[in-house]
Unconditional design. Sequence first.
Length: 424
Amino acid sequence: MDFKALLRQKLDAQQALLNTAMALGKGFSAEQQVDFDALQVEIVNLENTIKAAVALEARQKDITNPVNLPLYAEPKAKIERFSNFGEQLRAVIEAAKPGGSIDNRLSIKAATGLNENVGSDGGFLVDDDFTKEILKRAYDTGVLASRCNKVPLSTNATGLKINAIDESNRANGSRWGGIQAYWEGEADAMTGSKPKFRQMELNLHKLTGLCYATDELLLDSTALEAVISQGFAEEFGFKLDDAILNGTGAGMPLGILNGKALVQVPKVVGQATGTINIQNIVGMWSRCWGRSRQNAVWYINQDIEPQLYTMSLAVGTGGLPVYMPAGGVSGSPYSTLFGRPVVPLEQCPTLGTSGDILLGDLSQYLIIDKGGINAASSIHVRFLYDENCFRFIYRVDGQPVWNNALTPFKGSNTLSPFVATATR
């Protein structure tokens, strides 16, 4: 007999009696009260029967269990980890060789399904901790990337769309793309306004790298880790910085020098080709958006340094040096202009080209990435050369937050977080 189904019938019958009494608004009749109480007795008996059946079933289950069954679950075996990146890379190569042994620490790293990283094809995923360390070093070695505003993507996302304020002018009626406040008299009708939005869209692009390591190098895990970790960290950092500055936006991030927000200060009338003078520097500083000045940094190609150190501000018949740091030539770590550090950057164009000196606030540049660096290996690509191949893929995109320069409330010159001197 299904006691639970019978219990449900009794409860439904009891509820029906209660609904009838409430609908009439007179309470139970004598006959209804007797029926309700009888149902209550049956319900209690059924509930006690069900409890007894459950308890009996539990006892029978205990009796059938082996007497030596442990009271507590066995603790999970501790997963061993590789002591360093080089040690894991050696294990990957050994596992990929025909007849080679697979280290137990790699067994959970092998990719499955229709995937180029299948263990039988010589591919194993590199431990997340090590790939994150490569990415961390890439940002540490990258001068620009470490200063940008970075947003990591979620697991299923391949891009990012952000609603941003569409503002290009600070005149009345243009701030925040259309917001305006008014001075009104008492009882005057208020005038409405609203902001204007635009949509920023970033989609991931692949930055890839391949490294070939000889069997001799694989024998030394310390040397292997240094070559792979430091070499690729510096290369990824270099390429990312170059894209942030010079990227075309086609298959790579959009660079500052190719963005619409860049302000280019014209050269001084009569200025010689391939020169930098104090008027260029003052002009750049005056075009830097006021709120960006506290974060802005001067990025320069080192070709211009000789001219910076000999630059002076004319005072009467003489002049004052403008680039000497407070501590003189011995000052460190960076010299300054208008109190902001001057940082050499080899991705800056050479002397005389727009961007050879850039005043930039990198907090106004947005980077998205996903999952850090993906790394795998194969012995097949360079098998005849006794070399092993390591592949690294980093998915990233970036662009300036600003889509144009800003016309101030009062003044004729546009402003921006990114300012360069035009070609001279």
